[in-house]
Design a protein around this ligand. Structure first.
Ligand SMILES: Nc1ncnc2c1ncn2[C@@H]1O[C@H](COP(=O)(O)OP(=O)(O)OP(=O)(O)O)[C@@H](O)[C@H]1O
Ligand SMILES: [Mg+2]
Length: 225
C-alpha cells in the first residue's frame, strides 16, 4: 500500500509582485516501510515538499494523498487529526517546547490525541528509552545537547506510532558521528516497527544509508530511484 501519493503537485509562493515556483510538478509515491531521502541543493524545494506531504501546508496545484485520503478534500480539523494520528514530523530546528521537560514534550502529541496522562507518560518513557534518553527525561531542551534534542524530537515524532515519519534535515547542525547515529536509529526503527521514513538532507554521506534517493533540483524531480 502507498502511504503517500503525489500527483503533479505544484507550490507557488507569492511575495509582493513576484511568484516563486518552489515545486513545479512533482509526482511521487512512497510505499509502506520505505526508507527514503529527499536530496538536493539549498532552495530546491525539499522543505516545501516535506511540508506538503506532512499536511503542514497545502499545494497550489495537484493532489496529495495520505493513507488514501485526498488532503484537499479534508477540512482543517480533519487534516489536523490525520496529521496527529498518521504522521510524525521532525523539524530541522527541533521545535521542542522550551519550558517542558523531555518527557512532557514527547507526551504532548499523545495528550492532544486524547490519551490519558498516565498512559501518555508510560508511552513517552518507552519512546525516550528507544532513543536512549531515559536518564534525561526530566531535562528541559536547554539542558540537552543538540544531538539529544534531536533524539527527543524523534521520540516525539514516534510517540503516536505514526505510519510515516517525515524529518526535515534531521542531521543538519550535528557532527558527523552524531548524524550517523541518528540515521542508524531511524533505520533501526524502520526495520523493527516497519515505520516509513522520509527525510531530507544536504549531506551526501547519508545517502548510502537509504533504500531510495529522491533528488530535487529547482522544484523538479531529477531522479526517483
Ligand atoms: N514562505 C516562503 N515564501 C516565499 N518563498 C519561499 C517560502 N518558503 C520557501 N520559499 C522559496 O521556495 C524555494 C524552495 O524553498 P525550500 O525551503 O523548500 O528549499 P530547501 O530545498 O528546503 O532549501 P534548504 O536546503 O536551504 O533548506 C526557494 O526558492 C525559497 O526561497
Ligand atoms: Mg529546507
Amino acid at each position: 500500500m502507498n502511504v503517500v501519493e503525489l500527483e503533479n503537485v505544484t507550490k507557488d509562493y507569492h511575495l509582493g509582485e513576484t511568484t516563486v515556483q518552489a515545486l513545479r510538478g512533482i509526482s511521487l509515491s512512497l510505499a509502506a516501510g520505505e526508507f527514503a531521502a529527499v536530496w538536493g541543493p539549498s532552495g530546491s524545494g525539499k522543505t516545501t515538499l516535506l511540508n506538503l506531504i506532512g499536511a503542514i501546508d497545502i499545494p497550489s496545484g495537484g493532489n496529495v494523498r495520505l493513507n488514501g485520503h485526498d488532503l484537499a478534500s479534508l477540512d482543517d480539523d480533519r487534516r489536523s487529526d490525520l496529521r496527529n494520528k498518521a504522521i510524525g514530523f521532525v523539524f530541522q530546528n527541533f521545535n521542542l517546547v522550551p519550558v517542558l521537560s523531555a518527557i512532557e514534550n514527547v507526551m504532548l502529541p499523545l495528550q492532544i490525541g486524547g490519551m490519558p496522562g498516565g498512559e501518555a507518560r508510560a508511552r513517552a518513557h518507552a519512546c525516550l528509552t528507544d532513543v536512549e534518553l531515559e536518564k534525561f527525561e526530566e531535562h528541559r531542551p536547554d539542558q540537552l545537547s543538540g544531538g539529544q534534542r534531536q533524539r527527543v524530537s524523534i521520540a516525539r515524532a514516534l510517540s503516536t506510532k505514526p505510519a510515516l515519519v517525515i524529518a526535515d534535515e534531521p542531521t543538519a547542525n550535528l557532527d558527523s558521528v552524531t548524524a550517523l547515529k541518528i540515521v542508524d536509529l531511524m533505520r533501526d526503527l524502520n526495520r523493527r516497527e516497519k515505520t516509513t521514513f522520509l527525510f531530507s538532507t544536504h549531506d551526501q554521506r547519508l545517502l548510502s544509508h537509504v533504500d531510495r534517493r529522491i533528488e530535487l533540483a529547482d522544484g523538479l524531480l531529477t531522479a526517483a530511484a
